[in-house]
Design a protein around this ligand. Structure first.
Ligand SMILES: *[C@@H]1O[C@H](CO)[C@@H](O)[C@H](O)[C@H]1NC(C)=O
Ligand SMILES: *[C@@H]1O[C@H](CO)[C@@H](O)[C@H](O)[C@H]1NC(C)=O
Length: 149
């Protein structure tokens, strides 16, 4: 188990170094999919920092209807960070949609493929997984909702 963790950390570091070394950046792309699995509309706001070849990436407020999906592709490098903000009626949640930790959980170990990363917006919070498996499966809850006062 410990060796696996060390090996995984090693793979991630190698992969990130690989991304920096490749200029112009034609590898190390992620595609993140966010699905609104609620029965209501939600508003989402995705903002990125240090996105490869883009810099800052403010995608503005978007409304997602029930079962609607939103996805975008982006190049990553060291320091790339995406914040996701979610409004559901009187509830609010913010979560790191992409950071070093998410890189690790969504990296599919083939650097030449686009890394796909899935998020589900559920009544009890925001879930992440490397594959679009059926729920609950191995989806991991990363954040619960806050009540807006
Ligand atoms: C985005 O939507 C939320 C929730 O409706 C709202 O509170 C916020 O002011 C909006 N932000 C912008 C920049 O429009
Ligand atoms: C995930 O899988 C479900 C069920 O097969 C499908 O309806 C949905 O479109 C998929 N979502 C994405 C983002 O691929």
């Amino acid at each position: 188990m410990k060796m696996n963790l060390i090996f995984h950390a090693f793979l991630i570091l190698t992969m990130l170094s690989f991304c920096i070394a490749s200029t112009p950046n034609t590898i190390c792309f992620f595609r993140t999919y966010i699905t609104n699995a609620l029965e209501d509309d939600i508003v989402i706001h995705i903002t990125g920092k240090k996105v490869s070849n883009i810099g800052d990436d403010d995608q503005g407020n978007r409304t997602l209807a029930s079962n609607e999906e939103y996805d975008w592709k982006y190049g990553v490098k060291i320091g790339t960070y995406y914040l996701g903000e979610f409004w559901w009626g009187s509830r609010y949640a913010s979560v790191s949609i992409y950071n070093y930790d998410i890189f690790g959980s969504c990296y599919n170990e083939n650097p030449f493929m686009v890394q796909r990363c899935y998020w589900l917006v559920k009544p009890d919070g925001l879930y992440n997984h490397v594959r679009n498996d059926s729920f609950p499966g191995h989806w991991t809850r990363k954040k619960t909702w806050d009540q807006i006062l």
